[in-house]
Design a protein around this ligand. Structure first.
Ligand code: UDP
Ligand code: MG
Length: 319
């Protein structure tokens, strides 16, 4: 039986270039594939004519087209999530709508998948001049913050096998980075190196936006830094009181003060109290970490809302 390949495209205010991307770049490549094709376009609350333009596009009859119109702008990560939920393919490819991801590499991805790859990810080739500093800063920070599931140069241009998509669809967290989550799943990935291109049209706003979001995230994670800092102070206090405390205990109370220091009970109590304060500070910092995580997940809202009126061909929608 012929397999179905879905292509998920997040779109936010791409009116200037979306038509030529779909018509001139994407569709000609897809038409040549021998698999059945489904295109899932997610309009991420565009405020320009993107949605109207997409709906006006003529696609070849054999290509299934779904349009998920989100109620408002939820951001690219959530838009991708919405698209992956709606996609029904045996393999799902995600690709940006701005023409920066070379659609002509899709057959290569599909071929690797047909040979058994579960994930095929595009890596930014050497030609890239595009906000290099920004992205380098980004990966450095990501590694520092602790998400080791992200590989430098990975693009959100990738193919996922159905199995991986089903796993991905089970994630419920809200603050999500598709790349990190996919890496976390633990499948081995195959890579293809691609040359990125310039945006077809419009301005590359996301570079600055991305950095701003990053700054936002680091501020949020920094807001628990003071609490963690107190934890370290606690650790320090415990460390510096432990040795003299033990020393006094043995020297004075067990050996009977052979050094004639005569520190006495006051010193013993002070050291003991300070030691306990250190312990309390540490456990507080640990509690703070738990709370900050619980807080992040407790707001268990739906991830997005779909406009059924505006969407087309959804499996759960009315139209
Ligand atoms: N995008 C989206 N929602 C947003 C921002 C962007 O769906 O809030 C889409 C956008 O239309 C494009 C892709 O995500 O198809 C990547 O966006 P952009 O080119 O701005 O980001 P970058 O190339 O810097 O990663
Ligand atoms: Mg782009």
């Amino acid at each position: 039986m012929k397999k179905l390949v879905s292509v998920v495209i997040p779109v936010y205010n791409e009116a200037a270039g979306i038509q030529s991307f779909l018509k001139d770049e994407l569709v000609p490549v897809l038409e040549k594939l021998k698999e059945n094709i489904e295109i899932v376009i997610v309009d991420d609350g565009s405020t320009d004519q993107s949605l109207e333009i997409i709906k006006g596009c003529k696609f070849p009859r054999q290509i299934i087209v779904k349009i998920v119109a989100l109620m408002k702008n939820f951001g690219k990560e959530i838009a991708l999530t919405a698209g992956l939920k709606e996609a029904e393919g045996d393999a799902v490819i995600m690709i940006d709508a701005d023409g920066q991801h070379p659609a002509e590499e899709i057959p290569k991805m599909v071929e690797k998948w047909q040979k058994g790859a579960k994930i095929v990810t595009a890596l930014r080739g050497s030609n890239t001049t595009e906000h290099k500093l920004g992205s380098h800063l980004y990966y450095t920070l990501m590694r520092k913050v602790g998400d080791k599931n992200i590989v430098e140069g990975e693009m959100d241009f990738r193919l996922l096998d159905r199995e991986v998509v089903d796993e991905f669809n089970q994630f419920t967290e809200h603050n999500r980075l598709t790349r990190g989550l996919i890496g976390w799943l633990g499948y081995s990935q195959e890579y293809i190196e691609v040359q990125t291109k310039d945006r077809i049209n419009g301005k590359p706003t996301y570079g600055i936006k991305k950095l701003a979001a990053l700054a936002g995230d680091s501020i949020v994670s920094a807001s628990r830094t003071p609490l963690i800092a107190f934890g370290y102070i606690g650790l320090f206090i415990m460390a510096v009181t432990f040795a003299p405390g033990l020393f006094q205990l043995i020297q004075e109370y067990i050996l009977g003060d052979p050094l004639k220091l005569e520190w006495g009970g006051g010193v013993a109590v002070s050291l003991f109290v300070a030691f306990l304060v250190g312990l309390v500070l540490i456990s507080q910092a640990i509690t703070a970490l738990y709370i900050s995580q619980i807080h992040a997940e407790a707001k268990n809202r739906p991830l997005y809302t779909v406009s059924k009126a505006k969407s087309v061909g959804l499996k759960n929608g009315k139209k």
